[in-house]
Each structure stands twice: as structure tokens, then as C-alpha cells.
Write a protein that binds this ligand. Structure first.
Ligand SMILES: C[S@@+](CC[C@H](N)C(=O)[O-])C[C@H]1O[C@@H](n2cnc3c(N)ncnc32)[C@H](O)[C@@H]1O
Ligand SMILES: [Zn+2]
Length: 404
């Protein structure tokens, strides 16, 4: 779904070319990796029995970019990597982003030898390695008033209870990197589970990849709001199986009925809409209902309706990625930037073809046609085979038909 060329490139080859001093941050060069070693970015490591997915390299690349900028901004950066696996993240944060200190925690003590060996090239005063339950680590941080600039939570499955507990370990103004591999429940295939985990109804519709991000962020925003805090998304990333969001914990509230509400989807005509809490009892589809069928949309939510990304940070990340020669990552960041402030849904091209009863429209031609008509339109970062626009669906269908 989201495996277009740029993404595939990012997954297949996210590394800085070895030996090229003009690309990527300057870190000590290690000899050519042994066959059983992995190389990612500027680091080499052994996976052993640890969990490691090369397809998640893009997620780590973007975190390295943010950490580098944050270190430049603050002058000093401490990271808590709560579920470190092979230790690839602490290695990359320390050696590529130049962060000062990392607490690398991994719940499985059987990975101790692998982790010690992988972190051996780093000065031992720059990290701490523990094997505890991540929840205990978060609460210990709070108890010891030991708060972190970046808390990285690379959990399996749902983000709960990690997200809410990780708030105890983050500085106000610090970053949380959230994960959900729970696409089944965020896409409407396990409604009872989405109710339990997110306190939300997740329904099935054509824009469920973005819905997964919005449930993840909405859950974090609601948990933070209950403590009198706010969260501000820095970037949001869907890579085909995993939803991730880097969010900043801020003092001012960010959750309101404008940023946290409902998404309506009309199964009859295909039109999306956002729905405010106060209108829940009287939601009617604004779309073309010349055909028979219900005018009552199905509702998903509550979920995050605010921006998925922070524009100025994306711009700085893109500039840094270009400096390092990370063109695939820069392309992805540009696509994220183009969708800021567009509506919280998208229309897959296949869905437009099906609704319009014609061939799948050419994405770039349709976007250009919409823009010529004065609408905003871009490629959604969650699904390259789709369009995101503020135009009503019937305009998309008319323009798609005219393109033929
Ligand atoms: C997705 S893997 C981490 C992968 C690694 N961050 C990376 O980027 O390659 C999740 C890791 O968290 C560990 N883990 C799972 N539950 C945990 C918990 N409650 N506390 C600490 N570690 C946990 C698992 O043993 C596993 O190694
Ligand atoms: Zn409708």
C-alpha cells in the first residue's frame, strides 16, 4: 500500500554510503561488517536472538534526525530507549545524533550479551543498560525525578499502557516516540479491543491507515490532558504495518473539541466528514444522495483531528536529511509537509475508480486538476496510491471522469 519507490528505497537502503565523508554525520568508521552483522545508518551490530526489522529503518532514521536537531537546539540530550531489542537505537542516537547519554532498557535479560557486545564501541559512561519491565523504568524515572528529553517506546502491539506510563518519564517539553502495531483494531476489525485500548470506536473505511495514527495520537493527547498537559505531534509515520508518532509533551493543553473528535464516513456515497462532539446526535452526510441508501455516516472516534506533523520541525529535518544525502527520507518528509492542515482522511485511487465506475485515475493528474480548480490536494503520507484534498468527493469524481 505505502510501498512506493521512495518508501522501498528508504527501507532497502537507508544507510549513509560507507566511507563517504560528505554524507551523513561524522562518526568513527568501523571495519566492513561481518556477514552476521547488520549495518544500518552509520552503525553495525549483531542481531542474535533480538527482534530487529530492517523495514523499520525509516522510523529510526527520522528519530535520528529529530534527536540531532534537538541536541543542536538544547546543547545536551538524554534519551530513554525503553524497549531496545538489539540496541540499534541507542547506537544510532549516540553515534549518529550525538546525544549525550542513553538509558537502554530491554525486558529480556537473555539479550544482555548481545547488547553489551553491540554497545562496546561506545564509551561506557555514555549509556546505561538494564533489563527491567519498561513500566517499572518509567515509574522509577518519576520517583527519582530523572526526566528524559526523548523517551522511545518501540512496543509490540497496542500503545497501552506504555504511552500513559511513559508520560511519567518525559520532561515537559521533551519528546515521546510512540508505536502501535495494532492495525487490526485501529482499522475496525476488532471494535471491542479498540474500545478497551483507545477508548474509541474504530470503524472500517478507506482511510484506516491515517485513522491508526489519529487513534494513537488521540490516546496520548487524552492521557496527557487528564494530567493537565498537552501533546504536539512532531511527525507521524505509517510504514505498512506499524503506526508511529513522535510527539512533544507541552505544558499548554492541546486537546479540545477542535483537535479531538470524530470522523464520519458515508458508506452510501463515500464522502468523509469530521464531526464535532456537539453534533453527534444529528450527523447527516453532506454528499450526493441521488442514489438510494442511508444518509447517516458511520462514526469513528474520538481521535486526533489536529495536524499530524509540525511544519517547522519537518522543514529542519528535511534540510538535515538533504545535507546527509538521505534523499528517500527527505522525499517522505516533503510528502508529510504537504498534507499539513488538510482534512484528516484521504481517498484511495481504487475507491475513486470504483465509485466513479471508471478506470483508476492518474494520481498526479487528478491532484493537478484539483489544484487548478483552487482546491488543496496532495499525496497522503500514509498511502501513496491515494489523494488527500479539501475538495468534496463529488468534485474528485467529476474531475477524475473528465481526465479520461
Ligand atoms: C519491537 S522490539 C524492539 C526493537 C528495537 N527497538 C529496534 O528498533 O530494532 C520490542 C522489544 O521490547 C522488549 N519488550 C517487550 N515488552 C517489554 C516490556 N514490558 N519492558 C521492556 N521490554 C519489553 C522485547 O523483548 C523486544 O526486544
Ligand atoms: Zn453520503
Amino acid at each position: 500500500m505505502s510501498g512506493d519507490t521512495a518508501d522501498s528505497l528508504a527501507h532497502a537502503s537507508p544507510t549513509h554510503p560507507a566511507g563517504s565523508s560528505s554524507l551523513g554525520p561524522r562518526v568513527p568508521r568501523s571495519p566492513s561488517p561481518l556477514p552476521h552483522h547488520q549495518r544500518e545508518g552509520q552503525v553495525t551490530f549483531t542481531v542474535g536472538d533480538a527482534f530487529y526489522r530492517r523495514q523499520s529503518a525509516l522510523a529510526r532514521d527520522l528519530a535520528v534526525l529529530v534527536a540531532t536537531l534537538e541536541k543542536q537546539r538544547l546543547g545536551h540530550l538524554r534519551v530513554l530507549d525503553a524497549m531496545t531489542g538489539s540496541g540499534v537505537r541507542p547506537l544510532r542516537y549516540l553515534l549518529e545524533a550525538g546525544v549525550d547519554w542513553v538509558w537502554a532498557n530491554e525486558g529480556n535479560p537473555e539479550l544482555a550479551d548481545t547488547l553489551h557486545a553491540n554497545l562496546a564501541p561506545v564509551d561506557a559512561t555514555r549509556y546505561r543498560l538494564t533489563h527491567e519491565d519498561a513500566q517499572a523504568v518509567f515509574f522509577r524515572c518519576y520517583q527519582e525525578r530523572d526526566f528524559y528529553d526523548l523517551v522511545d517506546i518501540d512496543n509490540f502491539g497496542s500503545p497501552n499502557p506504555h504511552t500513559s506510563n511513559a508520560l511519567w518519564a518525559a520532561k515537559i517539553g521533551g519528546l515521546l516516540y510512540l508505536t502501535s502495531t495494532d492495525a487490526r483494531s485501529t482499522s475496525g476489525h476488532d471494535p471491542e479491543r479498540s474500545l478497551r485500548i483507545y477508548g474509541a470506536s474504530a470503524r472500517s473505511h478507506p482511510a484506516v491507515h491515517e485513522q491508526g495514527l489519529r487513534l494513537l495520537i488521540g490516546h496520548a493527547a487524552q492521557t496527557a490532558a487528564a494530567r493537565g498537559l498537552g501533546i504536539q505531534p512532531v511527525f507521524s509515520l505509517f510504514t505498512g504495518q506499524v503506526h508511529r508518532a513522535m510527539v512533544r509533551l507541552v505544558k499548554r493543553p492541546t486537546l479540545s473539541s477542535h483537535t479531538y473528535g470524530f470522523l464520519g464516513y458515508c458508506h452510501t456515497c463515500g464522502q468523509f466528514q469530521t464531526v464535532d462532539w456537539r453534533n453527534l446526535g444529528r450527523v447527516i452526510c453532506p454528499g450526493d444522495h441521488s442514489t438510494e441508501g442511508s444518509t447517516a455516516p458511520t462514526l469513528s472516534g474520538p481521535l486526533w483531528l489536529g495536524d499530524l506533523h509540525h511544519g517547522p520541525t519537518l522543514a529542519a529535518m528535511t534540510a538535515l536529511a538533504e545535507t546527509w544525502g538521505w534523499s528517500a527520507q527527505a522525499n517522505r518528509l516533503n510528502r508529510m509537509a504537504a498534507e499539513i492542515s488538510l482534512p484528516p482522511y484521504y481517498y484511495p485511487l481504487g475507491e475513486l475508480g470504483r465509485r466513479g465506475q471508471h478506470d483508476i485515475p492518474n494520481r498526479d493528474h487528478l491532484i493537478a486538476a484539483l489544484q487548478t480548480q483552487g482546491y488543496r490536494a496532495s499525496v497522503p503520507s500514509c498511502d501513496p496510491q491515494a489523494i488527500k484534498t479539501d475538495a468534496p468527493l463529488y468534485r474528485c469524481l467529476t474531475l477524475a471522469r473528465d481526465l479520461r
